[in-house]
Write a protein that binds this ligand. Structure first.
Ligand code: PMP
Length: 429
């Protein structure tokens, strides 16, 4: 087996410069089990990032391994040209948990493609190229998904043909309305939305696309009810609401199965990816039939809904529901908050601890300010890794640590990881 050091050199030599390993001293991952992974030298790590919230119910989860192995031995690919029970059954199962009336489901290969599809549908349905998105958003790397992304570190192009306007409110800590209480903050953002539409509408907006909790943006969390209040304005204008649940879906927030559940709004479309197949390539969109069926031409995605990925999706969703992992996310989320809140309150380096359930984040700033401190964030990441804990990075300025354990993380595993993180924060000079 190649050493970690050798792999780091080969990675740099053959992959594009725009992708990079998380750590200054990168680690390899040779295998995993449950909440733990092991590098090529056999060192164990507690994994509280899951390959970006994607290994959702544990590494090598036997139910997913079994589903993938037995499906692989039968047939791996057929395409949507043929009837395949795994795809149809999983579409039915996703439809049933979506909360969208009369839903239709399309599987895709990435979150970007799912969001592309949502925007394709909304702009066709509403006959417009105008779209609304939130400030501090991330929706993917395709040209359309980039167009609705407003996170400078990850914005590679604005060349899409869409006319996108960005709405206030996703990222409260750096909002001009940050000093207001929840209700007044929401009202101010809604007023801004009204004015934005008033001033920039040139034939009608197709949709507002939003992450209920902004993922790459550092788990920026608007007040509960925020999107419901936005939704009233949207509805009065006929503008659709697309909830990008790529990070917030499947019970991760603990209190609801989907992130939109905190807001008193039913989206016209939900996009999902990442955790849905516990690591197998799988994503998709579920939308009202009237919206999903609005295209007048044919459109397919070759790999979308292939039997292998949908078998993994079915096993994962069944496991989440059968084991009530949403409740575990709520309980473990409360445990995380209880352990980290006093540590964060006492640290001059922490501006905010935020998020819900098993998606929580710590924003690091220079003391007594909201001036981002990416250097301290990088130190926290490296130091946690050196002590055997993997967490993620995020935020507009790379100054946010994201903590997203598996949905089936145990109380003891969480304690173990949080102790490491607490020690790291407490010993920052
Ligand atoms: N939406 C959100 C909220 C995401 O976090 C991501 C990925 N980080 C995407 C869309 C894009 O997904 P993918 O990388 O699978 O294209």
């Amino acid at each position: 087996m190649a050493s970690t050091a050798e792999l780091a050199e080969r990675y740099r030599a053959v992959l594009p410069s725009f992708i990079s390993p998380l750590y200054n001293r990168p680690i390899s991952i040779s295998h995993g089990e449950g909440s733990r992974v092991f590098d090529n030298e056999g060192n164990p790590y507690l994994d509280f990032f899951g390959g970006i919230l994607t290994t959702m119910i544990g590494h090598a989860n036997p139910v997913v391994v079994e589903a993938v192995q037995s499906q692989a031995a039968k047939v791996m690919h057929t395409s949507t040209l043929y009837l395949n029970e795994e795809m149809i059954a999983f579409a039915e199962e996703v439809a049933a948990v979506s909360g969208i009336p009369d839903p239709r489901v399309l599987f895709t290969t990435s979150g970007s493609e799912a969001n592309d599809t949502a925007i394709l549908l909304a702009t066709n349905y509403r006959s417009t190229n105008q779209v609304l998105a939130m400030r501090n958003s991330y929706h993917g790397r395709s040209l359309t998904a980039q167009a609705v992304t407003s996170h400078r570190a990850w914005s590679t192009s604005s060349y899409s043909g869409l006319d996108v306007h960005f709405v206030q409110g996703g990222y409260r800590l750096r909002s001009p309305f940050r000093h207001l209480d929840d209700g007044a903050f929401t009202d101010a953002c809604v007023e801004d939305l009204v004015q934005l539409i008033d001033m920039t509408d040139s034939g009608g907006f197709g949709a507002l696309i939003a992450e209920p909790i902004q993922g790459v943006g550092g788990f920026a969390t608007p007040p509960d009810g925020f999107f419901g209040a936005m939704g009233k304005v949207l509805r009065s204008e006929g503008i659709l609401f697309i909830s990008d649940e790529v990070q917030t879906g499947w019970g991760r927030t603990g209190e609801h199965f989907w992130g939109y559940g905190a807001h008193g709004i039913t989206p016209d479309a939900i996009t999902f990816a990442k955790g849905v197949g516990n690591g197998i390539t799988l994503a998709g969109i579920v939308a009202r039939a009237e919206l999903m069926n609005c295209l007048k031409r044919s459109s397919l995605t070759t790999f979308g809904g292939n039997p292998l990925s949908t078998a993994a999706g079915r096993a994962t969703l069944r496991y989440v529901l059968d084991n009530d992992l949403q409740s575990n996310a709520a309980a473990r989320g409360a445990q995380m908050r209880k352990r980290l809140a006093p540590v964060c309150d006492a640290s001059p380096h922490v501006a905010e601890l935020r998020g819900k359930g098993l998606m929580q984040a710590i924003e690091f700033c220079h003391p007594a300010s909201i001036e981002p401190d990416a250097a301290t964030t990088a130190r926290v990441l490296e130091s946690a890794k050196d002590r055997g804990l993997l967490v993620g990075k995020g935020g507009l300025y790379g100054n946010v640590v994201r903590i997203t354990p598996m949905l089936n993380v145990t109380e003891a595993e969480l304690d173990e990881g949080l102790d490491i993180l607490a020690q790291v924060i407490e010993t920052l000079d």
